[in-house]
Design a protein around this ligand. Structure first.
Ligand code: ACO
Length: 402
């Protein structure tokens, strides 16, 4: 039965499922997730294998088009992206108009939406070819917006990047190249770490931001407008904003003397709004497989860079206590992908309020893949119903009589 045909008429059946805990919004062939067993696969490939063996651009291709690319396919994809790795000069003016204190996620969402004005051919896309052109455009331009957002924050002049480099290498150079640095040398440890982090964040089926991208796109708003809405959804601390919130929480615990037990107590106290950021997940009721990989990567990156970060010890301490605590065990609250990612970003020299922007950079191919799938399947406009609980019909009272 096609239930979409049963609904849409007054008096039909309406299910209520706040937070859509048990409601599927679509069928999808992109990402498989088993939250009980802690399994995550992109297009059938395990996240563990992809994080170890693939690079981010290959994974982006896999998510968007369904198969791992051949060398020729990947080269063409990268070449097409590079053709669009420029941003209109007027976009710089928009960036300039933001105060330096602006949160980078707000800036990124606005600039992504603004790109629509400068790329009108990316708006009303119907054919696969038009979709492809919009996709390589945004994959070329988005890293520039990310890097510029950070450079503005740090007071660095804007820099367009180096087309001779790999996709992720170029992102790092765009972010970190200093004005008088003639010979910028790439640190392979950082390139590998960022590649891995971006792969781990690349898709996660119908989460809050992805559902947002699909629902905005279902009205046939353009790709860039749909992505801009997804960025706004990701910003919240219960979603992508958690990576910033985790680091701020770990810092606060450190400043407060490192008493993890005190914060465990606060997290369990229902009268206290404090939550242990980076713990819990709507779908994973077992270890988040991404968190396992990131924890190992955090150890490796800090070790390779020779960074001693007391925050890592606090994080490990919290995790150990939570795994032995009945409150967390009963509710199946395990560290999620964001619990350790901020520690790596910090070691890379990325400012804390840029962490969620880095998540957006990783999630970009997933959002694109889900938008493309939704459009190719010709899904109807997303329009949930409600159960009305307001007043019955009332007679209007003139303002003088109220
Ligand atoms: N600290 C303390 N208690 C928690 C936490 C936490 N981090 N997370 C959930 N709980 C408790 C809730 O209080 C609730 O307890 P109760 O049953 O006694 O009322 C129970 O666990 C279930 O929590 P819900 O909020 O109902 O679970 P939901 O699936 O709606 O929320 C969420 C999931 C938003 C991720 C939640 O666990 C949370 O707020 N975590 C902290 C923020 C965070 O890390 N978000 C990132 C998620 S991953 C991502 O988006 C990339």
């Amino acid at each position: 039965i096609d239930i979409s045909k049963l609904r849409g008429t007054t008096g039909g059946v309406t299910t209520i499922d706040p937070g859509y805990k048990n409601t599927g919004s679509c069928v999808s062939g992109i990402t498989f997730l088993d939250g009980e067993k802690g399994i995550l696969r992109y297009r059938g490939y395990s996240i563990e294998e992809l994080a170890e063996k693939a690079d981010f651009l290959e994974v982006a291709y896999l998510l968007i088009f369904g198969d791992l690319p051949t060398t020729a396919e990947l080269d063409k994809f990268h070449a097409d992206i590079k053709k669009h790795a420029v941003v209109d000069d007027d976009v710089k003016k928009i960036l300039d108009a933001f105060p330096k204190s602006a949160h980078p996620m707000g800036v990124l969402s606005s600039l992504t939406s603004a790109l629509t004005a400068f790329n009108p051919s990316s708006v009303n896309v119907e054919s696969e070819e038009e979709m492809y052109n919009a996709i390589v455009r945004i994959l070329g331009k988005f890293p520039i917006l990310v890097a510029w957002t950070m450079r503005k924050k740090l007071g660095l002049p804007l820099y367009y990047g180096d087309s001779s480099l790999g996709y992720v290498e170029n992102i790092l150079k765009m972010m970190f190249k200093q004005p008088n640095e003639d010979k910028y040398t790439q640190n392979p440890i950082l390139v590998n770490a960022l590649d891995k982090l971006l792969i781990l964040h690349a898709d996660h089926e119908q989460n809050c931001s992805t559902s947002t991208v699909r629902i905005v796109g279902s009205s046939h708003a353009g790709l860039f407008a749909s992505l801009s809405a997804g960025i706004s959804a990701l910003w919240g601390p219960l979603h992508g904003g958690a990576n910033q919130a985790v680091l701020e929480m770990l810092e606060a615990i450190k400043e407060d003397g490192g008493d993890t037990k005190k914060y465990m107590g606060k997290a369990k106290d229902k009268a206290d709004p404090f939550r242990l950021m980076g713990f819990g997940h709507r779908v994973y009721k077992n270890f988040d497989p991404r968190a396992k990989i990131i924890k190992v990567a955090a150890d490796e990156v800090l070790g390779d860079l020779g960074v001693q970060d007391p925050i890592l010890d606090i994080a490990k301490g919290l995790e150990k206590e939570a795994l032995e605590d009945q409150y967390f065990v009963d509710r199946k609250l395990y560290p999620n992908v964001d619990f350790y990612s901020g520690i790596i970003y910090r070691a890379m020299g990325i400012p804390v309020d840029m962490f969620t922007v880095m998540f957006a950079l990783g999630r970009l191919p997933g959002w694109i893949a889900q938008w493309r799938e939704m459009r190719l399947r010709k899904e109807p406009i997303g329009r949930p119903r409600q159960v009305y609980i307001g007043e019955n019909e009332r007679a209007f009272k003139a303002i003088a009589d109220r």
